[in-house]
Design a protein around this ligand. Sequence first.
Ligand SMILES: *Cc1c(COP(=O)(O)O)cnc(C)c1O
Length: 401
Amino acid sequence: MINFKELASEYKTPLYVYDLDYMSAQYNALKEAFKGRKSILAYAVKANSNLSIVKHFADMGSGADCVSIGEVRRAFLAGVPSYKIIFSGVGKSDDEIKEAIQKDILYINVESEAELGRVELIAKELNSTCRISVRVNPNIDPKTHPYISTGLHDNKFGVDLNSAKRMYIFAKNSAHLDPVGIHFHIGSQLTELEPIREAAIIVADLVRSLSTINIELKFFDIGGGLGVQYNNEVTIKPYDYAQAILSTLTALDLTVICEPGRFLTANAGYFLTKVLYEKQNGQKRFVVVDGAMNDLIRPSLYNAYHKIEAITESKSAESKADIVGPVCESGDFLAKNYTLPKLEHNDLLVVHSAGAYGFGMGSNYNTRGRSAEIAIKGNTAKMIRSRESFEDLIALEKDFL
Ligand SMILES: *Cc1c(COP(=O)(O)O)cnc(C)c1O
């Protein structure tokens, strides 16, 4: 049991706390599910990009799935070997592509024909050959929140099957491109297996059809997206997930690459915030806390649910309240109509499932410094990022005054 009260008093609030042992257990469960197959888990760095977290997974043998050159640099700093680093994203700049080629990462995951042309040109300028995969958009509805659906033609990600085939032929015929992988990622917080299976079938068929024209791929990259339990969702079991994928790969000798983000970190993380005030506007009850949408934007952005636990001596009857932060936006809330007892100044709220897309989506809106981050391993707590000070926030501006 993590002693949240002690952590809050030692490190102050708002505060992010991560349970590294939980992350390890999730990693091992997923790795185990792919047992008997060549597989790489490439941690999706954007879910929680703290260097110590990336290093934690690197130390377990993880690769890294990156969506900016900044994330690629983080992966290198954290000790992820170059041959386990993947670079995805719809809008890579020339400089990013150049650096990725120079760093000799596993492959660049290309998301359009236009991008493939740029990659070829840049590889040629560098007198190099770039390993690539193509991100296929299989036009499958993942049945998740529209903001985190990525595998429909309505979404900006990937290319349709015909374009993909053209791109592989183009790459095969280029002296500066080496097509080694195929990729799909249909969305995040997936709780249904069927869309994943359907997507895998479509993409595996494309691999077979490429093979008939002598384009032999090595990596079958299934993206991430495995959902977790925030509330009462029924989630996909790692074993069932792996079986669904592997069953589509009969007679194909491919290394499976999986890019989990949320699955590894979401439920390992807690966001700690303290009660400042209770207030009542007419019939409406508000609990005002010191954490805000700049710390954890998921409730505001996706209407996401987070379980919130009150650590309080209060024995009063429970009633519904909106839990809101100090930021000057009506959209600044951590929960709406959440049932809580009457709370006192300095009571602690523990927001669960905050380890993925929490800190990383944070901002300095309202000139609020970002929280400190703490990692727990066994019985020891360690600061892995210090709280941002006012000086940190103005550092890049003050010389121009
Ligand atoms: C965001 C992303 C992931 C990770 O998604 P999760 O839902 O956190 O598992 C994996 N691959 C790609 C390409 C992504 O964009």
